[in-house]
Design a protein around this ligand. Structure first.
Ligand SMILES: [Zn+2]
Length: 573
């Protein structure tokens, strides 16, 4: 039987199994029962929270042969056709790839005709905020006087980009992030159904990592199961997600509590040797301190941490800091996470931040009195002295020129000298952009997918179906990946499979580059859009090759630690 990704298999098919959005299903059910069907709905909320699934359920509820009903049967022809995406009356439009005025004009022509089989023509417009201004205006005309038999359901993750005039004509439903508990319970049902043993803590960890999105949770579970055979343990999931682990965190917190800079730096070294991603390390540390902050403020442990905490222990840790200290430290960790994104030496940014956390009293006091911060603490060994000198230099550069995260267009402050300005310009360019991609290679990519299919790499395919091929340059082929965990999984687990397949069918020797995009666009053979988004090529590669070497070195270290089998999942297949 063909492999079916878990998130497809477990996609909710009626209001009853739509998880975590009771307020939405209740209101929609009321509208259906009372026959008050609106002509335009706007579903907003984070990705993976059930917007398009709900749109399809609503379409079935309206067109089911037994309906209109709040319990579509999922058996009749209308339901089955909607489920399989080939209904003549329900149209799913991805605004990310059909964003122009022509597409909406076609739609306007089309809406006039009566439905073919069902009661309503339902237009589901996903990522509606991606429409161009002209397309929005054209859509607005249709929304002003919709024919009786037409229902529009628009879904978006970025509602602020939808014109207010459109919003005002829609019934708006806000989808919430799904709680860790709700996701956890769903995952428990799924593993029970698959007859897989899973530790609760392991499932919890996945639920936290999914950050409110059920689709992500199921995708992660899919990957974890593929690599864990019949039992899913917390160690395995921790490894797979690249988490640093509770033990390390607890030890680090102890080090910070006693202001033991030497110990803290040694621990950073350990974690880098283990090949962990520094962004991830800071993320976990931030979450841990958030837990301490909430405990201190409210005296309770809230569930949004990777590791379930024992009250005694968290009490002990929280007692070692004042509330002000914790808040200050969270801010500093957050800053460091931004610096890591931009710094050519992310390690130093992390070490600097942790050293500052150790010296928090001096720094907080100085900040309160508005003094310039110069640390006069005795240096504990020569290594720290060296590091601090390096740090002062790097921090100087960072403070003078590097924009906050996402501030791609920012430049150095006007009074900065030319040397600083140059450095800032260099650093302001996102380091990881694959320059110079052309839209070529679509055919090769199709062949690559086919190759993966015939060689039975179903897990790889399941993972990359969330991505879009964006093109190639002289050394890379580029995949657009959604924000979040998919990119990490691809890079950590499937890079080798994908590169092998691509290079086999193309006869080239390119490496995979994953580029996070907010909304994965459809491939565009003309490639006009893609090139607009990528900064023009420059004569200097900004040390990218050096960074690649560093990444390779880290990967090698990871192989040392976790063994080759961890990195190349095909050995388990
Ligand atoms: Zn039906």
């Amino acid at each position: 039987m063909a492999y079916m990704a878990l998130y497809r298999k477990w996609r909710p098919d009626n209001f009853a199994n739509l998880v975590g959005q009771d307020h939405v299903s209740r209101t929609l059910a009321n509208a259906i029962t009372s026959g008050r069907i609106g002509h335009a709905y706007l579903f907003t909320g984070p990705r993976g929270t059930g917007k398009t699934s709900t749109a399809k359920i609503l379409a079935k509820a309206l067109n089911c042969e037994q309906g209109p009903t709040i319990n579509p049967c999922n058996q009749c022809e209308a339901c089955r056709r909607i489920n399989s995406g080939n209904s003549m009356d329900v149209f799913e439009i991805d605004a990310a790839s059909n964003r122009g005025i022509e597409d909406i004009r076609d739609l306007r022509e089309n809406v006039k005709f009566a439905p073919v089989n069902g009661r309503y023509k339902v237009y589901i417009i996903d990522e509606v905020h991606m429409l161009t201004q002209d397309a929005f205006n054209a859509l607005l005309k249709t929304l002003e006087e919709p024919p009786e038999h037409v229902v529009f359901i628009m879904a978006t993750t970025e509602v602020h980009k939808v014109l207010p005039t459109i919003q005002s004509r829609c019934q708006r439903y806000d989808f919430k992030r799904i709680t860790v508990d709700d996701i956890f319970n769903r995952l428990k049902t799924v593993v029970a159904d698959m007859d897989i043993e899973a530790e609760d803590e392991a499932l919890r960890m996945i639920a936290v990592k999914a950050d409110g999105g059920m689709r992500d949770a199921l995708s992660i579970l899919d990957q974890c199961i593929a690599l864990s055979e019949k039992s899913l343990t917390i160690d395995r999931v921790q490894q797979l997600l690249g988490l640093v682990g509770k033990e390390w965190l607890d030890k680090l917190v102890t080090g910070l509590q006693s202001r033991d800079a030497a110990q803290v730096l040694t621990m950073v070294d350990e974690i880098i040797r283990a090949g962990k991603d520094l962004q991830q390390v800071l993320g976990e540390l931030g979450m841990h301190f958030r837990g301490l902050m909430i405990f201190k403020a409210a005296g309770l442990v809230d569930g949004v941490d990777y590791y379930s905490q024992e009250n005694d222990q968290i009490k002990k840790q929280a007692a070692g800091f004042t509330q002000e200290e914790i808040v200050w430290m969270i801010r500093r960790i957050h800053e460091a996470a931004n610096e890591v994104k931009w710094s050519p030496q992310p390690r130093i940014a992390v070490e600097a931040a942790l050293l500052e956390l150790c010296q928090r009293d001096v720094l907080m006091k100085a900040a309160a009195s508005g003094e310039t911060v110069v640390s006069h603490q005795p240096v504990e060994d020569s290594r720290i002295a060296q590091l601090e000198a390096k740090l002062a230099h790097v921090m100087g550069l960072l403070k003078n020129g590097v924009p906050a995260a996402g501030g791609n267009g920012a430049t150095a402050s006007p009074d900065a000298g030319p040397a600083v300005a140059k450095t800032a310009a260099v650093q302001a360019k996102p380091i990881q952009v694959a320059a110079n991609i052309t839209g070529d290679g679509m055919e090769l990519w199709q062949k690559t997918l086919e190759h993966l299919r015939v060689t039975g790499k179903d897990q790889v395919l399941a993972c990359i179906q969330n991505c879009t091929f964006m093109g190639i340059n002289s050394s890379q082929f580029v995949l657009g990946t959604p924000k979040g965990v998919i990119k990490g999984l691809l890079e950590r687990l499937y890079r080798k499979n994908i590169e092998e397949a691509f290079n086999t069918v193309s006869g080239m020797n390119l490496s995979l580059f994953c580029q996070e995009v907010a909304n994965v666009p459809e491939p565009d053979p003309g490639a006009g859009d893609i090139q607009e988004d990528v900064p023009p090529p420059t004569d200097d590669d900004f040390g990218i090759s050096e960074l690649e070497d560093e990444a390779k070195e880290r990967l090698d270290k990871a192989v040392d630690v976790f063994g080759d089998g961890f990195v190349h999942p095909e050995e388990l297949e």
